[in-house]
Design a protein around this ligand. Structure first.
Ligand code: SF4
Length: 246
């Protein structure tokens, strides 16, 4: 088996797709010692935070505070903590690595080249993510197949060989309508930017509103002409684009 691949795992029951979200989460976290959920505070992740607070409060909830987030996102972190009585652990960039990045590329050097952008995501996101997932045996994410072509094959459960841990995507088969319905039915707090044309929200300088008919993630790194634009958090290293993305 090639190294660096994500491997599909058979779920503990025959069809996770038949279960409710709460049931899925209970099955996915069953027998896990250190499950971690990484939230970007996007609408999918807010659904999962609400469900985890209810069904699996033992799961650690962490976020990557890159230093370039929207003020609305920072405010939502605190609002969410209060709403669900939880702590969202903040992971920030290593100061020395960040200083070295800025020295080499400039604070906004990510606009200048794909390499500079990958280097910024590496320092502000990937390295802190590695720390956030240290010792974890399950990584829960809010990935959905219909978010973009690059995510069309997202399974419910896979094995992330790079990080040597199981990865669970409980919303893999949900549509955006499913997500919105859960949010309105459970009065889940969401980022006000979603109402202003931002379905996917990342760092402020790298996210714009999308136009009607565009892919949900078209507003991320919009200046790059690449269908597989990702920050590297959820990319398979065995794919040719991955090394460039990271
Ligand atoms: S999204 Fe933009 S600002 Fe955020 S880490 Fe990546 S390149 Fe840097």
């Amino acid at each position: 088996m090639p190294s660096g691949t994500n491997i599909l795992l058979k779920s503990p029951i025959d069809d996770l797709g038949e279960l409710t979200l709460i049931e899925r989460i209970r099955v996915m976290t069953m027998d896990k010692v250190n499950p971690v959920f990484t939230t970007s505070l996007g609408i999918e992740d807010q659904v999962l935070t609400a469900a985890l607070a209810d069904a699996a409060p033992q799961v650690r909830i962490v976020t990557l505070q890159t230093g370039r987030l929207f003020p609305e996102t920072l405010a939502l972190i605190e609002e969410t903590e209060k709403r669900y009585g939880i702590e969202i652990e903040r992971f920030t960039p290593d100061p020395e690595k960040l200083a070295a990045y800025i020295e080499q590329y400039g604070a906004n050097g990510f606009y200048e080249s794909v390499d500079a952008r990958h280097a910024c995501c590496g320092v502000r996101k990937l390295e802190p993510l590695g720390r956030a997932l240290e010792g974890a045996d399950l990584w829960i994410t809010g990935l959905r197949r219909r978010q973009s072509n690059a995510r069309a094959e997202v399974p419910f459960i896979e094995y992330d060989e790079n990080r040597n841990l199981e990865k669970a995507n409980p919303l893999a088969d949900w549509s955006i309508e499913d997500v919105r319905s859960f949010v309105s039915g459970n009065r889940v707090p969401t980022n006000p930017l979603h109402e202003r044309g931002y379905p996917s929200i990342g760092c402020e300088p790298c996210t714009r509103a999308i136009k009607p008919g565009e892919d949900e993630r078209a507003g991320r790194w919009w200046w790059e002409n690449d269908e597989k634009r990702e920050c590297g958090l959820h990319v398979d290293d065995s794919q040719p684009a991955a090394s460039a993305i990271q």
